[in-house]
Each structure stands twice: as structure tokens, then as C-alpha cells.
Design a protein around this ligand. Structure first.
Ligand code: MF3
Ligand code: CO
Length: 251
């Protein structure tokens, strides 16, 4: 069931979104070579809690961290741990904040030190495809068009789109209906309506689109060991167009 949010509820969701975006921005400012992903997770936890919110990921389905931290060929759902980040790594941070009854959900892939131009271009394409999808996320747009926009942009750039994991509705639950795939056919699928809040989250691979879940039952990795990128925003569909709720500077 898709939950439609009133203008007042969307207003309330800006608070969770602002803290989510702020935590992610803060993560990007502090992340550096030599830091463990566990240390980064602790910093994220402190940011979210000190802003009066609860980390959405912590305890979700038993997840042990406050953020999903996925390095290089890890696509999503990486568990924070003793791994030390080093120059040349790319690190995807995916987190949410829960406050006043609503969640925010956002992700970004950061670079550590010197990263190859090839991988930087993958990150750029992934992030740009997210903003292209947001741009068309308006009342009446079909979900197939959202997916197609992400898929076409990244495939034209020579990358592959992860199929097994998708975006989703966001609200009182972190994961709500509908599913928002990063692939699709133009003119197909249900239409966006006013009051929907969705997370669009392209997961784009340098090599094969095939992924697998590691024995820890969380970490999703590329089958060929090549790097992956992940960018995500929570957005509201309104009469005035899409509102990026997880913009750290949202008014
Ligand atoms: N933003 C992540 C997602 O949409 C949330 C992960 S929390 C976790 O999948 F606990 F499930 F890892
Ligand atoms: Co999400």
C-alpha cells in the first residue's frame, strides 16, 4: 500500500530529511584515509543522536550499524567494522534519521585520496543520473520513466545497473511501497501522484550488473570485484514539483 503524505506531513518530513542530509554531509567532511568504517559510523551516530533523531538503520532487521558503509566493490549494506580506509578507495555511505515519526534516507559515494579517473567518472554518472531522475519526478510521471532515465544515462556511459535492489517509498517506515527500480521502460508503470515520498537510489557498477550477498547476510558485492557507486535522495512529489527532503540546507 502506498501512503500518501499531506502537505503538513511533508513539512514534518523535512526535519528528518535535514538531519539525514546533514549527517551525510558531515560524513563527507570527516571521512579520510586511515579511519576505520566503524569510526566513521560512530561519528554518524553522534551527529544523528545529537540532533535529537534516531539512526534509521540501527537495529533495522538487526543491522548493527548507524549507517551502511560499503567500500569499492561493496554495493550497499556494508557493515561498519575494523576495515581501514585508504587512498584510492571509494566509500558509499547510506544512512537515515528518524524524528517526529518520519524517516529520511540518503546515500553518497565519497572518494578517499587519489582515485582513478575511471572510477571518478562512474561516481559522476551515478550522481548525475539521480538528479536527472529527480528532475522528472513530478505528478503524472510514470515509474518506468524514472527507471529508464537512470538506466539509459548510465548504460550510455558504459556502466551497468544493479537490478536486485531498488529504491522505495519513505515515510513512517523506512521502506514503503512502491518499489522504485533503476531500470524501466518509457511510458510504463504506475504514475507518481501528489503526496508520494520516494527514495530514488541508483546503484551503478563499473563492470557486471551481477551482485551477491556476502556470508554476513548484509554486504552486497559485485560479482566481478569491480567498484560500484550509490547515490540516494528522499524526495516529495508536490504540486510545485519535486522537493529534495534530504537536502541538508532544506528550509
Ligand atoms: N537506505 C538503506 C536502504 O534503502 C537502508 C538500509 S538500513 C539497513 O536499503 F539496516 F537495512 F541496512
Ligand atoms: Co533507501
Amino acid at each position: 500500500m502506498i501512503s500518501i503524505k499531506s502537505p503538513r506531513e511533508i513539512e514534518m518530513m523535512k526535519k528528518a530529511g535535514r538531519i539525514t542530509g546533514g549527517a551525510l554531509k558531515h560524513a563527507g567532511e570527516v571521512v579520510r584515509a586511515g579511519m576505520t568504517t566503524y569510526e566513521l559510523d560512530k561519528i554518524i551516530n553522534r551527529y544523528i543522536v545529537s540532533h535529537g533523531a534516531k539512526p534509521s538503520c540501527l537495529g533495522y532487521g538487526g543491522f548493527p550499524g548507524s549507517a551502511c558503509i560499503s567500500v569499492n566493490d561493496e554495493v550497499i549494506h556494508g557493515i561498519p567494522g575494523p576495515r581501514k580506509l585508504k587512498s584510492g578507495d571509494v566509500v558509499s555511505v547510506d544512512l537515515g534519521a528518524y524524528i517526529d515519526g518520519f524517516h529520511g534516507d540518503s546515500a553518497k559515494t565519497f572518494i578517499i585520496g587519489d582515485v582513478s579517473d575511471e572510477v571518478k567518472a562512474l561516481l559522476k554518472s551515478t550522481e548525475e543520473s539521480l538528479y536527472k531522475a529527480i528532475e522528472i519526478a513530478r505528478i503524472g510521471t510514470r515509474l518506468g520513466d524514472i527507471g529508464h532515465t537512470v538506466q539509459k544515462y548510465n548504460e550510455d556511459n558504459g556502466y551497468s545497473v544493479v537490478r536486485e535492489f531498488v529504491g522505495h517509498g519513505v515515510g513512517r517506515d523506512l521502506h514503503e511501497d512502491p518499489e522504485i527500480p533503476n531500470y524501466g521502460k518509457e511510458g510504463r508503470g504506475p504514475r507518481l501522484v501528489e503526496g508520494m515520498v520516494i527514495a530514488i537510489e541508483p546503484m551503478i557498477n563499473l563492470g557486471t550488473e551481477k551482485v551477491y550477498v556476502m556470508p554476513d547476510e548484509w554486504t552486497v558485492r559485485t560479482r566481478d570485484g569491480k567498484p560500484s557507486a550509490h547515490f540516494e535522495h528522499t524526495i516529495a512529489i508536490t504540486k510545485d514539483g519535486p522537493i529534495i527532503l534530504t537536502d541538508p540546507d532544506i528550509e
